[in-house]
Design a binder for this molecule. Sequence first.
Ligand code: SF4
Length: 320
Amino acid sequence: MTEKVLLSVQDLKRHFEIGQGETLKAVDGVSFDIVKGETFGLVGESGCGKSTAGRTILGLYNKTDGNVLFEEKNVHKMSDRERREYLKKVQMIFQDPYASLNPRSTVLEIIAEPIEVHKLYKSKEEVKSRVYELLEDVGLNRDHANRYPHEFSGGQRQRIGIARALALDPEFIIADEPISALDVSVQAQVVKLLQRLQKEKGLTYLFIAHDLSMVKYISDRIGVMYLGHMVELTTSNQLYDNPLHPYTQALLSAIPIPDPDIEESRERILLEGELPSPIKPPSGCVFRTRCPQAMSICAEKKPVWKEQEAGHFVACHLFN
Ligand code: SF4
């Protein structure tokens, strides 16, 4: 892995005005870098802001504050030409492949669309052979090209979504819960496919997920989000071996272990209550209303984002 920073997210905020003077702070000051060739996992319960962060990075949403730099260029200050280039280099894979594929288009039309929009090939024949090549890249074949999305299984549909995302030869892929809607056995196949494609094509991934189970196998580093904030960030191994933040510990304890003896005897950290509303987040530490280790200072003061050991960051008063 080279150490070139491809994407730099700096104190990014994305707030939504929702009327009556109220503001939903979906992303509220998140910072991380993604190095070329790595997979960065972004994890947290639904409603924590991770998908909004992904969409703001892609430029689908304007930022409220902070910066997103891709190859040192500010994504939200790009000229039209720079933006077109950016949208070739950065692609998204969605959670629900069925909803993201036009049901009335054939697979050929679906995958060819971005190629035609960007006028990458001169003839229809060239476009067609590029689509066949992409289908083979994702483990499908040219016979699938004339079929419609409903003729495929969930896993195959996600492969079609991946082929479409690869059509413009991107450098960076934002995968927004790409396996959450799939059966566990199919999840592993899609993860393996993404890993193979990463090796073959030198891709960089932002892999967004709501739990830590599969993310471990694909991510080099992981950031954990809670209620619009990043609460912990470190390497995948470090996060599993030595999780520091009580929220990370709870997420890890929720992953089932395939050994029944260990599974029966180990302790689960059950989080009480629902995720609070990002419209009225708790004072101090946003996790304090559900934290089993909360102290009085946690309600008074926001914990500082601090590097606890090399490359291992955490925001928690237990370590401030
Ligand atoms: Fe828990 Fe306090 Fe740490 Fe927040 S700052 S995670 S409430 S111990």
